[in-house]
Design a protein around this ligand. Sequence first.
Ligand code: PMP
Length: 436
Amino acid sequence: MARTPEELLRLRQQYVLQCVKNYYERPMNLVKGAMQYLTDSTGKEYLDFFAGILSVNSGHSNPEINAAVHAQVDKLQHVSTVYLIEPMLEMAEELAKVTPGALQKSFFCNSGTEAIDTALLTAKMFTKSDEVIALRHSYHGRSHVAIGATGQSTWRLPVSTMGNVHFTASGYCYRCPFNLTYPSCDVQCARDLEGVLQSSTSGRIAAFIAEPIQGVGGFVTPPPEFFPIVFEIVKRYGGVTIADEVQGGWGRTGTHMFSIQHWGVEPDMMVFAKGMANGYAIGAFIARPEIADAYTGPNISTFGGNPITMVAAMANLNYIREHDLIGNAERMGRILFDGLAELTAKHPLIGEVRGKGLMCGVELVRDRSTKEPAPAETIRVMELCKDDGVLVGRGGYFNNVLRLTPPLVVNADDVRRALRTLDSALTAVEKTMVFA
Ligand code: PMP
């Protein structure tokens, strides 16, 4: 018999760091997953529109991926990279083929955070510079280094994290830091980078790192000119461009395998985690060979590139391609965005809908004219959606953005069901509000 949520909350409180929190006033104990569906210990079924934070792109306990993993578990589990690991080397070869441009050499580890750390260290060693540029509202992970590159004030701690990071404007048109309007703004957010570089750095930077669509930041999606302009400036100042594809990679945004490809630019490095192995713990980055070869730091990640995770990553990639999950993300994304356009006309709580494919953010505001964020209402909408059997995520600088990111295997009925649930939840919450 599974334990009750109350028992689990007691264990959490007593034995786990207090920073580990859960969604929901009344959390559930999820005990089973099957593709886009989850079941809790009472037998209640949920349609998952968060995918374990954009990780389970090919679905929960996907039978094809799990068959490959089961076979590998029984064959060889772990030896470490002091030996040749066939599944890792095959995955590295495949990664060079599936990523754009001259990206060629990879490093494998166990989480996005680790991959970010090592990618930044590699860029620093290549350029022999210490200075890093990141975007406001970014999120790159949990370690001393990754926190330093994270542009969220809640992550500024009373102890030191990686220094020498300068933050430039993200392409957050809905809340433009320059109070301008696209396209007459001439993409000032991107052009401002030059001023940051001239005023705040030595002029020789190591790297520019960005999530093409900001995940934790609430799916901030810059205009088409943003990355072409920024990458050109970064190149002129000698920096390495790093695309953090931890949330946006592996077909999530439709049309392309990786989210940066929507902007038609080729980064010098790409970082992966989450959706790369469909829920198995993984982190990796790939770089142009001359950049990768500059790394002479510690070479061991004990479990990095282990056979089980690598087989999972390869089976996941094959599944994405064979089942056209990129095409499905695009098609289902269109239904989702069309449906949300209708909900926007009906619900004053919706300030903006943004994103690409099945990486869809809905920013909720108390007042459309002042754009006052609605974080408490966002929590209530999420709770009501959960009670109605649909799980959605939350994010945003003001914690007021619903993140709708189902496994990429969802069908049109699933999307319509999520839209109906969201419609009802918004209606219920709006009834308790007074709009100007
Ligand atoms: N980069 C991005 C864009 C992320 O969203 C995250 C995790 N939310 C990370 C890096 C860190 O990944 P991990 O939690 O696997 O360390």
